[in-house]
Design a protein. Structure first.
Length: 422
């Protein structure tokens, strides 16, 4: 019998065919590598409740993207979140960002409070790792980087934000105040502005004051009362407030300071038409509602908020409630959820994922319309690195639940103002 010699290529072809016929498994191709994102939030410490909401929102988004096939233009690339905890300490933003980059993160996400987010900026710029700010309002976070790039001190901006800035909070708050007063048929004259004196509170105060000066409304900011954050006692500040006889009390609080401020206002029997905040994170959270009870009823605050008129938002809110043990899908979970989808959209369009400048180029070209929060148009990024269509909603606590009440196109219920007298 003549011997038949097979070439190596023919041998491999015949082996593969035989294996297919016999049902033997072939070696699997290498699975797509993951794209690692450092997701850094304060999941312990005083800001643990909103930080945990951010983390869960981000994880749910990554899970949804991966379940739908990952980044399709990159062969089904999956997203992997490298979780970090700032412990509510501003300096830990930098520490956790460096740790995530050391573990292979090619983008950063975070971080809720402006202090820790600001400390992540230097890592993003020095390591050339794009940072998408999901939540943090202080204008300098992006503005300082944009300025340094414009002046030639740095070549590329790697820091972008899909969240309202302090100045945009101020502009919208002044507008909402004026519209609500008009809609209610009342004409308050004396507004007292109070604020935490940390980076967030100071920036928010300046934004609101500047917007008020520019708009020249019929009402006046008669006094600005700061307090050290976190405070141990606010009786002195509330006594000053009472002496000013305010028509409207306008606080910019952190969750911890709200738990001192609002009971002290009740205790000292400060009379007013109502409490309307230009921007106070956390008043809508379950922990705040449980701690403040009646002291929080009828309080309004301007905050970014989910668009619950969107059926997709409603479905996700139900899923979030199940995964969170009954918590509300809100500012924190919502903006972190949207941020991960924005990152996925960027990665789909980026020419190369191993080149941070290619990712930045894709960020610049973003026009994302599928966000679940209340926006004023598509998500995109301006020359400062901010999304100008990120806008807040006036949320009021009614029957122990946060409800969108203004502007009209976002409202699910009519606001109550002035608040009923006890």
């Amino acid at each position: 019998m003549a011997k038949i010699r097979l070439s190596r290529r023919a041998f491999l072809r015949s082996t593969a065919a035989g294996a297919a016929v016999l049902g033997f498994p072939l070696p699997l191709r290498a699975q797509p590598k993951t794209f690692k994102i450092g997701a850094i939030h304060p999941v312990t410490g005083p800001l643990a409740e909103p930080g945990q909401a951010c983390r869960l929102g981000a994880q749910m988004a990554a899970d949804a993207i991966n379940a739908a096939g990952g980044i399709k233009s990159k062969g089904g690339l999956k997203l992997e979140l490298l979780l970090g905890d700032t412990q509510t300490k501003p300096e830990n933003g930098r520490v956790e960002a460096e740790r995530a980059v050391g573990q292979g993160a090619r983008m950063l996400l975070g971080s809720f409070d402006s202090g820790s987010t600001n400390s992540m900026v230097s890592v993003a710029q020095q390591k050339r790792v794009p940072l998408l700010v999901d939540i943090a309002a202080a204008d300098p976070i992006t503005a300082n980087v944009a300025k340094s790039v414009k002046e030639g001190q740095q070549k590329v901006q790697y820091v972008y934000r899909n969240f309202p800035t302090g100045s945009s909070f101020g502009r919208n708050a002044v507008q909402y105040f004026t519209e609500i007063f008009k809609e209610a048929g009342v004409a308050p004259k004396r507004v007292v502005l109070m604020h935490a004196n940390d980076l967030f509170g100071t920036n928010q105060m300046r934004g609101f004051k500047a917007a008020w000066e520019a708009a020249k409304p019929s009402w006046e900011i008669v006094e600005i009362i700061p307090w050290p954050e976190p405070p141990s006692d606010l009786s002195t500040e509330v006594a000053r407030l009472k002496a000013l006889k305010p028509d409207v009390i306008a606080p910019i609080t952190r969750p911890a300071s709200a738990q001192l401020l609002l009971p002290e206002i009740r205790k000292q029997r400060v009379e007013s038409l109502g409490i309307v905040g230009p921007g106070s994170p956390g008043l809508y959270e379950a922990g705040q509602l449980a701690a403040l009870k009646e002291d929080l009823e009828y309080v309004m605050a301007s905050n970014p908020w989910p668009n619950f008129r969107n059926p997709r938002t409603q479905r996700l809110a139900e899923e979030y409630q199940k995964r969170s043990g009954g918590r509300l899908f809100d500012t924190n979970s919502g903006y972190s959820y949207d941020a991960v989808f924005v990152i996925a959209d960027v990665l789909e369009r980026a020419a190369k994922l191993d080149d941070p400048d290619a990712i930045v180029d894709a960020i610049h070209k973003t026009t994302y319309t599928a966000g679940l929060m209340q926006y004023g148009g598509p998500i995109h990024f301006n020359e400062t690195g901010d999304n100008p269509n990120a806008i807040p909603t006036m949320v009021q606590i009614l029957k122990a639940k946060p409800v969108a009440v203004w502007p009209k196109e976002a409202a699910l219920q009519k606001f109550v103002f002035p608040r009923p007298k006890a």
